[in-house]
Design a protein around this ligand. Structure first.
Ligand code: FAD
Ligand code: DLZ
Length: 516
């Protein structure tokens, strides 16, 4: 039978399972479609990165001798929807089956599974570009009472041998997180990321995206994402040489000025398939053994990729579709309007949103402790917040975005992913960043006109969710502090928080999430 092999925008790896088994005469299809660009309003930089990377990958496939069909967005015959376009092309080329590798979203996976027994069947392949498959994760999870990252991560350190010396972790410790919590000292400027050359392909895509998706949140101006494997490898070398040594100690720091700090910015290239997680971990491990990076940085980094990245993917595939409906804290609020405008007096929130708009990027602590924490404290409904995170980051794919947002940030999975919510007051932001010195609010005040709103929101959140959270052993100390406060103080804080929430402009709860 003649096969059509559909390759999605985040499957740009020459070793992809469906390509490995493809017969020489197969037609390889890559399709730009409006539906994927609009089902949430993706950041224009994200769409441009994906389209340019797809076009470059198609050229590479042709150079390797494949017969490639590329559907550009502005082709009048384009069905503008992934499965429909693949089926249209299969008709054009007389293909009797369509092959695909597991996509990064349940939505598409379900649609493909449903067509497995169609007259022209879809044949599905496991995506083996990760350290683990969903089946590996399910076997690990079977019979466990809790699914803690730390247990998963140690198991895969052992299985891969990464940073292992025989059966023991390199340096004798599994976890060096305690060394990784320094705020940024004044005057320390991290190296700026490489600027990649924009060739004719990238320039054409930037124009196309400005024309078709210019109405979406996000600027195209600062575009400098890698769009080929070569560019992604440059970013990897830059990270290992210039940033990795300080990655660990400043991993949790936040800066008013510097958007990237010592983070790698490799997530987008990893998620598109331009880099493999194994080669990235091995490059970092090699730097450690050459004596060029300390253990707290290398362990901290490998934990993110071998640990968190695999772990959230395993959770996603073993818990969907129910996972997406989770709302353990019964949050019903709409997304604050400032998430699309940056128009807020909270300096930390404003800067995280502005950096997101300018770069399609914010580092993990901004996502978790600034935009995430604020949404948690304001009771934003999981579906509304998840749509935002899925739209605005260049690296956003649902398999990784959803557990991080719904589970880690909103605690909406009831504690499956994190043993307690990452809620924080203004004090945390003040300790870890220099935002507060540029802010009109005072992180040391809890009530009154100058008080940082995060403080009263924090205590109000704890009070509101006391029935659910107060028995959590990791929250006992904080609930004991709340209990020690006078009634008058608690009332003043509650009123302050309620007044803030009443004045907060929000979208209707499912404003943009109607597709759900
Ligand atoms: P670095 O700090 O350099 O970390 C190295 C790598 O580790 C990253 O490139 C990434 O591949 C991996 N990693 C780090 N933290 C996580 C994590 N918590 N989960 C999974 N992988 C991790 N990451 C995405 O790739 N896509 C998303 O859609 C996404 N959405 C998120 C939403 C929220 C609410 C939060 C709190 C986190 C989200 N993350 C997501 C995880 C993390 O914030 C990003 O991977 C990271 O900020 C990317 O920047 P970096 O490459 O500079 O990361
Ligand atoms: C994110 C995205 C966008 C914006 N556009 C396309 C596209 O036109 N064609 C395509 O194949 N993939 C695109 N993607 C990535 C898909 O949305 C992604 O493959 C699924 O969400 C599964 O991760």
């Amino acid at each position: 039978p003649r096969s059509l092999i559909l390759i999605l925008g985040d499957q740009l790896s020459h070793g992809l399972a469906s390509l490995r088994q493809a017969p020489d005469e197969a037609v390889i299809a890559l399709c730009e479609v409006a539906e994927e660009g609009r089902y949430v309003p993706h950041h224009p930089q994200k769409i441009a990165m994906m389209f340019s990377a797809m076009r470059h990958f198609a050229d590479e496939l042709r150079e390797r001798g494949w017969h490639v069909h590329y559907s550009p967005l502005d082709d009048p015959a384009n069905a503008q929807e992934l499965l429909g376009e693949a089926e249209r092309l299969a008709d054009c080329y007389g293909c009797d089956e369509i092959h695909a590798t597991r996509p990064g979203e349940w939505r598409l996976w379900q649609a493909m599974v449903a067509r497995q027994s169609a007259p022209r069947p879809w044949r599905l392949h496991e995506d083996d570009r990760f350290f683990t498959t969903p089946d590996d994760f399910a076997s690990w999870a079977r019979g466990r009472r809790t699914l803690r990252l730390e247990h998963f991560y140690r198991e895969w350190r052992r299985r891969t041998g990464l940073l292992m010396e025989d059966t023991q972790p390199a340096g004798g410790r599994w976890n060096l997180d305690h060394d990784n919590r320094e705020p940024l000292p004044d005057g320390l400027a991290p190296a700026t990321p490489p600027r990649h050359r924009q060739d004719a392909t990238t320039r054409a895509v930037l124009t196309l995206v400005a024309d078709h998706f210019g109405d979406h949140f996000g600027s195209l101006e600062g575009f400098h994402w890698p769009v080929t494997r070569g560019q992604a490898l440059n970013d990897l070398s830059h990270f290992v040489e210039a940033l990795l040594p300080d990655f660990g100690r400043y991993q949790d720091a936040i800066s008013d000025e510097a958007p990237f700090l010592f983070h790698s910015r490799l997530s987008a290239a990893l998620n598109l398939g331009l880099l493999s997680p194994r080669e990235v971990c091995e490059a970092v491990e090699a730097a450690y053994y050459r004596g060029e990076a300390p253990l707290n940085s290398t362990e901290g980094f490998i934990r993110q990729i071998l640990g968190w990245r695999e772990y959230v993917r395993g959770l996603y595939w073993t818990r969907m579709p129910g996972y997406k409906r989770g709302n353990a804290l019964e949050a019903q609020g709409g997304l604050p309007a400032c998430y699309w405008t940056g128009n807020t007096e909270l300096r930390c929130l404003r800067r995280a949103i502005e950096m997101t708009r300018d770069n399609a990027y914010a580092h993990h602590i901004q996502r978790l402790m600034v935009t995430g924490n604020f949404a948690l404290l304001c009771d934003v409904a999981p579906a509304a917040l998840c749509d935002w995170y899925l739209a605005v980051y260049a690296d956003a794919c649902e398999w990784v975005e959803l557990p991080n947002t719904l589970g880690m940030v909103l605690h909406a999975d009831g504690g499956l992913m994190g043993s307690k919510p990452y809620c924080a007051s203004g004090k945390y932001i003040d300790r870890m960043s220099d935002h507060c010195r540029h802010c009109r609010f005072d992180p040391r005040q809890v009530t009154g006109p100058q008080a940082c709103p995060l403080n009263s929101l924090y205590w109000h959140f704890l009070e509101r969710h006391a029935d659910t959270l107060r028995h959590n052993p990791r929250m006992r100390v904080i609930y004991a502090s709340l209990a020690r406060m006078s009634d008058a103080k608690r009332t003043a804080m509650r009123e302050q928080a309620q007044a803030f929430l009443a004045g907060l402009e929000t979208e209707p709860p499912y404003g943009r999430g109607e597709h759900r």
